[in-house]
Structures are given as structure tokens and as C-alpha cells.
Design a protein around this ligand. Sequence first.
Ligand SMILES: C[S@@+](CC[C@H](N)C(=O)[O-])C[C@H]1O[C@@H](n2cnc3c(N)ncnc32)[C@H](O)[C@@H]1O
Length: 236
Amino acid sequence: MLFWIIVTIIILLAIGLIVYWQLILAEGAYLGAPLVALLYDWTAERYNKIKEFEWEAEDFWVGEPLAERLRHEPGAMVLDVATGTGRIPLTLLRQPSFRGRVIGLDRASKMLAVARCDVINCDQQVSLIQADAMALPFASDSFPVVTCMEALEFLPNPTAGLAELIRVLQPASEAHPQRGWLLTTQRIGWEARLMPGKTWQTEQLFEILSRFPLQYVEIQIWQDIYNLVWAQKVRP
Ligand SMILES: C[S@@+](CC[C@H](N)C(=O)[O-])C[C@H]1O[C@@H](n2cnc3c(N)ncnc32)[C@H](O)[C@@H]1O
């Protein structure tokens, strides 16, 4: 009898751990894009509070470097994939030199609804659309800057997702040397090790990036659980 009680407890513990791993740590990443979006819809109202965004830090690490790269094209159109509650549109709107437009794309409608509340007075500059990052509804070489923050590891195939970001990026050219900038993130830390096949070690990420027509690839230390990844697309 005692044997079966112990076996039952072990089985229940194992199931609990698997559920915690899949739903909390991996945020549904192995269970398909619809579930990931559903989980983000459930947390959308609390997302900004959970993340504790500090706008000065956001501007320093992300907004200002993006605006600097766009200084010769202040009217440029930026695509932010997996925009969530609008982190990238909001930091760009705070940059005095930025007079362009941002398209924020996400699969989770409630994340977009939270973003919409914050950019409500800026609809001339920000468009929010619901779509999937794995099949961006844009032609190749469309945007001078593409961003995708803290999201690649939640996609069904992160490498294919990265390729999709690069596909819609306009390459730098002699006439437009400032175009072609990609800003994304690398998941790091102990949780990254619990997401095999979804996250990359730094060497592996450099190797994957080397398969694409990119220059100036830089992996920059940023937060405990994410590095920033910068690169510029060139013509193959
Ligand atoms: C951790 S949040 C990051 C949001 C925002 N980029 C930020 O840095 O705050 C991940 C976002 O990716 C979105 N996402 C996950 N899978 C997606 C997919 N297949 N297509 C589009 N968006 C997706 C989620 O809905 C969520 O808003």
C-alpha cells in the first residue's frame, strides 16, 4: 500500500513539474503558437507590471541606439515583430529625432489592446496588427529596421522566425547605408537551458547568423535573461 502511495506521489510530482516547465518556464513554446498567444492574452493586463519597464533604461539601451541608426532616415518605417504591449513603438515615440512610423505586430490580441491604449494619441505614427511572426504579411526587403524583442524563443521554429525577420528587412546599400538594421534578443540564463531547441548558446547564435547576409553582428550584454543582438543586412 505504502509503495503505491509513494509511486502515486512521484507520478503527480513529475506531472506537476512537466506542467510547470511547459506552461510557466517555457510559456507554451513547445505546445504551439495558439497556446503561446493565449497565455499572453491571459497576462496582458499585468504584463507591464510584471516586466517593471524603466523607460530611461529602455531609451538608453534600445530607443536611442535605434534613433541613432535612423538619424539619416528620420521618417523611416520600423517593423516591431511580437510587439507585445508596444515596448519598441513607445521608446521610439519618445525619441525627439524619430519622426517615422512603427508597425507593431503580435499574435496576442489582448497584448495589442494594452499597446493600443498607450499609443492612442499617436495613431499617425503607430499601427498595430494581429499576425503571426512565422509568416509576416509583408514583401521581402520592406523595412529599413526590424526589431523583435524577447520573443524568438517562443516561436515554433526560432531559426525560421529569425529568417523571416531578415527576409522583410531592406538591405543596406550605397545609397542607403543606414538601412538593414536588425535588433533582436538572445535568451540566456538558467531558464534558457530549460528550453532546448528554442534558445541558442552564443557561439551557436553567431553560427546561425553567419548563414544570413549580415554584417556588424554584435551580441551585447543587456539583462540577466537576455542579450541584445544587433546586425545589419547587406545584399547577398
Ligand atoms: C515576452 S513578450 C515580448 C513583448 C515585447 N516584444 C517586449 O519586449 O516587451 C513575447 C511576445 O511574443 C508574442 N508572440 C509569441 N509568439 C508569437 C507569434 N507566433 N507571432 C506573433 N507574436 C508572437 C506574444 O504574444 C508576446 O506578446
